[in-house]
Design a protein around this ligand. Structure first.
Ligand code: AMP
Length: 213
C-alpha cells in the first residue's frame, strides 16, 4: 500500500503505521524517527533540526524534502510505504506530489486519524519513549509503564520523556498542527484521496483502513 497518515501529534500515527506495516510489509517511514536518529548521531541534518524539534516547531521544508527524496528511492519502498508525520505542510504536500510523479508512484489513500483534543493531550503528557534510537518503543505511565527501574522492556535502555513532550512544547506542537498541518485535510480532499476515520481504538482503525483499501 502507499498511504499517508495524517493526524495531530498523539493521534496514534506511529502505532497504526506499525500495525499496517506488519499486515503487508509496506515500510513505515516516520520523519520524526529519522530526525531523532539524526540528532542522536550528530549528523549535519540532526544539528540543523534539533533546535526546531526541541521547541516543538516544524523543521524547514527544504531539509525534510532532502531527507524524503532520498528515502523514497530506497529499495524497501518498492513494496509500498506508510508515511507517518510527513507531509506536515502544504508546500511539503506539493513537493511530494511532484516527487511521486517523477518516481512514477501514486498514492492509494490519505487517512486522517480523527481523535478528540482531550484524548490527545492526555496521551501526550503521559507518553514516554525508549531512548535507544534503534528501538524507540513507546510507553505510557498510565496504560503501559516501563520496568520499575524506568528501563525499556525490549532493549533495557532508559525510558525518557522527550524534550518535545514537555507541556509547553506539546501546546506549541498542537498550535503548529492546527495552523500548518490541518490544512492538508482540505488539500487531500480535493485530490479525492482523503478518508476520515474517528480513531480511538488502533485495531479497529487498522481494520477500517484495510477495508477502505
Ligand atoms: P513526530 O515524532 O512526528 O511528532 O516529529 C517530531 C518533531 O520532528 C516534530 O515536532 C518536528 O519538529 C519534526 N518533524 C517531523 N516530521 C516533520 C515534517 N514532515 N516537517 C517538519 N518537521 C517535522
Amino acid at each position: 500500500m502507499r498511504v499517508i497518515l495524517l493526524g495531530a501529534p498523539g493521534a496514534g500515527k506511529g502505532t497504526i503505521a506499525k500495525l499496517l506495516s506488519d499486515h503487508d510489509g509496506s515500510v513505515q517511514i516516520s520523519t520524526g524517527d529519522m530526525l531523532r536518529a539524526a540528532v542522536k548521531e550528530g549528523t549535519d541534518i540532526g544539528k540543523q533540526a534539533k533546535e526546531y524539534m526541541d521547541r516543538g516547531d516544524l523543521v524547514p521544508d527544504s531539509l525534510i524534502m532532502r531527507i524524503m527524496e532520498e528515502r523514497l528511492q530506497e529499495d524497501d519502498c518498492k513494496n509500498g510505504f506508510i508515511l507517518d508525520g510527513f507531509p506536515r505542510t502544504i508546500p511539503q504536500a506539493e513537493e511530494l506530489k511532484k516527487l511521486l510523479a517523477k518516481l512514477n508512484m501514486s498514492l492509494d489513500m490519505v487517512v486522517n486519524l480523527d481523535v478528540p483534543k482531550e484524548v490527545i493531550l492526555d496521551r501526550l503528557t503521559t507518553r514516554r519513549t525508549c531512548s535507544n534510537p534503534d528501538c524507540q518503543e513507546i510507553y505510557n505511565i498510565k496504560s503501559k509503564p516501563p520496568t520499575p527501574e524506568g528501563k525499556c522492556e525490549k532493549c533495557g535502555f532508559p525510558v525518557i520523556q522527550r524534550d518535545d513532550e514537555t507541556e509547553e512544547a506539546i501546546l506549541n506542537r498542537l498550535d503548529t498542527y492546527n495552523e500548518k498541518t490541518a490544512p492538508l485535510i482540505g488539500f487531500y480532499q480535493s485530490e479525492g484521496l482523503l478518508r476520515n476515520i474517528v480513531s480511538l481504538d488502533s485495531k479497529k482503525t487498522v481494520e477500517a483502513i484495510k477495508r477502505a483499501l
